[in-house]
Design a protein around this ligand. Structure first.
Ligand SMILES: Cc1ncc(COP(=O)(O)O)c(C=O)c1O
Length: 405
């Protein structure tokens, strides 16, 4: 069934305000069913998890459904799905747990393509235990980060390699599977930031070979939260700081405090909405969720590629516009700068025209600096399931007007 963008858009109350949203990479808009799931869970009878009362069982069911739906989204084991406040918080927490096993002489690898949340926690955790940090650069002209760039810094001293599945500033999608193979060949762990990637393509954790994958439901139509997926056997080897009376079970031992059941219910509803994009009339079930996700995400990729094919040549042909998203394999996220205009100026001029296209480094500070854009970055436009051809026209027309002065 075709990707019906008009039907999809009808599920997003936020779009009634009229703005063309190209700010999805910072956080997507949210469909009605996700908001309803949050409200329903928040106002229904819910207690702490247990089996004695309906409200205890409801809380338990929400958590079980969350692990199941997110595992379906990521091709992962439900027993290795961890909820967190954000991907940043999860990375900080786990970096401290992992660093308990590191010391002087050990090495940790980070890249300049990454969001700072997949750099600084590792740098600081390494510093705290006297381990060494090795940096991997991408090519600023092509935006490429290849397996050979990572291999150049690997050795038997490497303990962990942190890379991104897709850079949130310029969209580059490095070859995650090949990097995982190289990392595993030296006996290290591969930590993959999938926050930007998860919104744009299907994920198969097992096929990708990554040991850990992080993502954030608010980037893919869900509520503000973070998720980590890993092999439960790996999680069993890690011992985060935790309260004495709280459970030591995996994955619960990584989820500090009481879980926000309404947020988990919203994240599950977002996964089901994504899965149902292939056919909005047919409810998603536990049995067909994974298969429908694969179909729907393929249809989404096609939809976004088509829009990108309309947008990109326009951008590249505009006088004074430089496009910095140049990797061969990348998400539909385009960073550009305009000669003679500060990125924030362009952003404000677009905002006046009802086009939301934010500007900055988006916390990919190392990436922005390595591109020669300093801390100011550029203007970033990202496509989402609800992006229409009309949105793209409005962006292109607006930019032409701004360039004409
Ligand atoms: C690639 C990438 N990684 C990590 C993050 C941080 O995610 P969170 O806000 O869940 O900590 C973002 C947010 O923009 C991102 O785009």
């Amino acid at each position: 069934m075709a990707f019906d963008v008009a039907r999809i858009r009808s599920h997003f109350p936020a779009l009634a305000e009229g703005a063309a949203h190209f700010d999805g990479p910072g956080g997507s808009q949210v469909p009605d069913v996700v908001g309803e799931a949050v409200a329903r869970t928040l106002t229904s009878a819910v207690s702490n998890r247990g089996t004695a009362t309906p409200s205890e069982r409801r809380a338990d069911a929400v958590v079980a459904r969350f692990r199941r739906t997110l595992a379906d989204l990521l091709g992962a084991d439900p027993r290795g799905i961890v909820h967190g406040r954000s991907a940043t918080a999860l990375t900080y927490d786990l970096s401290r747990a992992l660093a308990k096993g590191w010391g002087p002489g050990d090495e940790v690898v980070v890249t300049r393509l990454d969001h700072d949340s997949n750099i600084r926690p590792w740098v600081q955790a390494a510093e705290a235990v006297g381990a060494t940090v090795r940096w991997v650069d991408f090519d600023p002209a092509t935006g490429e980060l290849g397996v050979e760039d990572v291999e150049a810094v690997l050795s038997e001293r490497t303990r962990l390699v942190a890379t991104t599945a897709a850079g949130n500033l310029i969209g580059t999608r490095p070859p995650t599977r090949r990097i995982s193979d190289a990392v595993h060949a030296v006996g290290a762990l591969h930590w993959v930031d999938g926050v930007h990637a998860t919104a744009h393509a299907s994920v198969d954790l097992e096929a990708l070979g990554a040991d850990v994958w992080t993502c954030s439901p608010y980037k893919f139509l869900g509520p503000h939260s973070g998720v980590l997926a890993a092999d439960p056997a790996l999680l069993e080897t890690l011992h985060p700081d935790k309260l004495l009376p709280s459970t030591d079970a995996v994955p619960e031992r990584f989820e500090l405090g009481t879980l926000p059941y309404e947020i988990l219910a919203g994240a599950s509803a977002a996964v089901d909405f994504l899965a149902g994009m292939d056919d909005l009339d047919t409810p998603v079930t536990d049995d067909d969720r994974r298969a429908r996700l694969l179909r729907s995400m393929a249809a989404l990729e096609e939809h976004e590629e088509k829009l990108l094919a309309a947008l990109e040549p326009e951008l590249r042909s505009m006088p004074g516009v430089t496009v910095h998203s140049n990797a061969e394999h990348r998400t539909p996220t385009v960073l550009f700068t305009v000669e003679g205009h500060e990125p924030q100026e362009v952003r404000l001029a677009l905002a006046e025209r009802g086009v939301n296209a934010p500007a900055g480094s988006f916390y990919a500070l190392e990436c922005s600096r390595h591109l020669g854009l300093g801390d100011a970055g550029g203007v970033r436009v990202g496509l989402a399931p609800y992006t229409s051809a009309d949105d793209v026209d409005r962006l292109v027309t607006g930019l032409h007007e701004i360039l004409r002065g």
